[in-house]
Design a protein around this ligand. Structure first.
Ligand SMILES: [Zn+2]
Length: 482
């Protein structure tokens, strides 16, 4: 509550808080406090009255807890230090020097993923995915851009795909400097280490849906690698239902020394980057600016990954990315897919995009010594909880409709049944239009249409699928239809 609200809420405890804050303001408030008592404001924590029970987080099952326990901070540290030791991984650096440059880093990452794939019984395949980028912004001459991509093929829903990326290119102060040391430990060896550690742990565990683990290139030059990865998935007809960019997840310490080692930010857009004019018109008419598929994905992450097994709080931020910055999730948003970006809770800009140097006694540069490997491991656990829960649960319901053929004071919802063999049925969720999180849930069974005695004009509705083991999909936000 901001101090501006105090005068309108004349409860005893609020006034006491205020009175102790400022003696000068006390006198003024005491003189003007004769406002009528108001009803207590509704809060997001108190579910509204109405059908269903209060929503609850999805607890990790035994299999997931076992996976999370095996995330290894020492392996993550070794990956970050090895990637930093290639000197520079600038997109325009050498592609064939075996010791230094982006080509050496590419080959090292490829070899690691091949080792992991060897434990998968043929379910994980690894490829160097490359193309020639013609001269463009920050690409002065035609340059080969190569993503290193491991695909863990799903057992029952192989076309349904979830993607996690870190970018393995790096930079210094001058984004065109391909020669100077650019260790890129936090930005973004940390994200690549998350991707590699997840690939290692998941390779030996069959999943229902497909997961793509990708170290992408040329992020710093303009998201070129991730754009190509997204285009290749689209061309292959993949049904991408969620994507995460892990970019700058190496440390929780800000430049003023603030530490927040048990939190990670998740940036998720509201109005979709790829929204069509027709979708914009619907949104302007009936709302939904807080109900993009990316926001539903972010709510899902909080639901499955904020718990004792990860030891982390997921701070969802309602914007596409930070001011002046972007990352590889934007390439997937441009294709119309749900995507979000993990990044550390506080940043130290002396250790990002900086020439390695000592200036006025301060060390600048993106060096491994400024990373917290236990922190990166916890971020990896958050990613693992999200990806595992997505890939084992049924997919997000498709063709979800809120029926608007007549004016009524109740709500009819309709959707397509999924084809997962372990699909048990569906849940309708709803919330006050002013609430950020789904508040109540109604189990409706294995049906594809339901009527709820609650006016669609006054609340928001969503639909999610549930497996026989109780694993839930992200929520589908229905569009008006008939
Ligand atoms: Zn980055």
């Amino acid at each position: 509550m901001g101090s501006d609200d105090i005068g309108d809420r004349p409860t005893r405890s609020t006034r006491r808080t205020f009175l102790s804050a400022s003696a000068a303001a006390t006198a003024a408030t005491a003189a003007t406090v004769a406002v009528p008592a108001l009803a207590a404001p509704a809060t997001a924590d108190a579910p509204p009255a109405g059908p269903g029970r209060a929503t609850r987080a999805q607890r990790p099952d035994r299999e997931l807890r076992d996976l999370l326990r095996q995330v290894d901070p020492r392996r993550i540290e070794a990956i970050v230090r090895r990637l930093a030791a290639f000197g520079t991984r600038h997109t325009l650096s050498s592609q064939d020097d075996p010791q230094r440059g982006i080509g050496a880093a590419r080959d090292w990452i490829f070899a690691r993923l091949q080792e992991y794939a060897a434990t998968s019984g043929g379910r994980m395949t690894v490829e160097l995915q490359s193309y020639i980028q013609e001269p463009a912004s920050r690409i002065p001459t035609a340059t080969r851009i190569t993503n290193v991509v491991a695909t863990l093929r799903g057992q029952t829903s192989p076309n349904r795909t979830y993607v996690v990326t870190g970018h393995y290119d790096s930079r210094v102060t001058d984004v065109m400097d391909a020669v100077s040391d650019a260790p890129g430990a936090d930005d973004d060896a940390s994200g690549v280490a998350v991707v590699l550690e997840l690939a290692r742990l998941m390779a030996s565990r069959p999943t229902a849906a497909t997961i793509v683990f990708a170290a992408v290139a040329a992020e710093e030059q303009g998201l070129y690698g991730s754009a190509y990865l997204a285009q290749q998935l689209k061309a292959a007809g993949a049904d991408v239902q969620g994507m995460f960019s892990d970019d700058i997840v190496g440390s929780s310490t800000a430049d003023d020394g603030t530490r927040d080692p048990y939190a990670v930010r998740l940036f998720a857009e509201g109005v979709p980057t790829a929204e069509t004019p027709a979708e914009a018109s619907t949104r302007q008419s009936v709302g939904g600016e807080n109900d993009s598929s990316s926001r539903q994905l972010a709510r899902f992450v909080r639901d499955v990954a904020e718990n004792d097994s990860t030891g982390m709080r997921v701070r969802v931020i309602y914007r596409r990315d930070r001011y002046l910055r972007g990352s590889d999730h934007i390439s997937f948003l441009r294709e119309g897919w749900p995507a979000a970006r993990f990044t550390e809770p506080n940043e130290d800009f002396a250790h990002q995009h900086q020439d390695v140097r000592v200036q006025d006694g301060q060390q600048f540069g993106d060096l491994p010594e400024f990373c917290d490997f236990g922190y990166i491991a916890r971020v990896a656990r958050v990613n693992a909880a999200a990806l595992w829960s997505l890939a084992q649960a049924p997919g997000t319901p498709k063709a979800a409709i809120i029926v608007t053929t007549d004016l009524t004071n109740n709500t009819t919802l309709r959707w397509q049944r999924g084809d997962e063999p372990d699909l048990a049925g569906y849940e309708v969720v709803w919330r006050e239009t002013t609430a950020a999180e789904w508040q109540r849930v109604i189990g409706v069974g294995d049906v594809t249409e339901v009527s709820i005695d609650l006016s669609k004009d006054n609340v928001f509705f969503g639909i999610r699928a549930v497996s026989r083991d109780g694993l839930r999909s992200p929520v589908a936000f229905p569009r008006p239809g008939s």
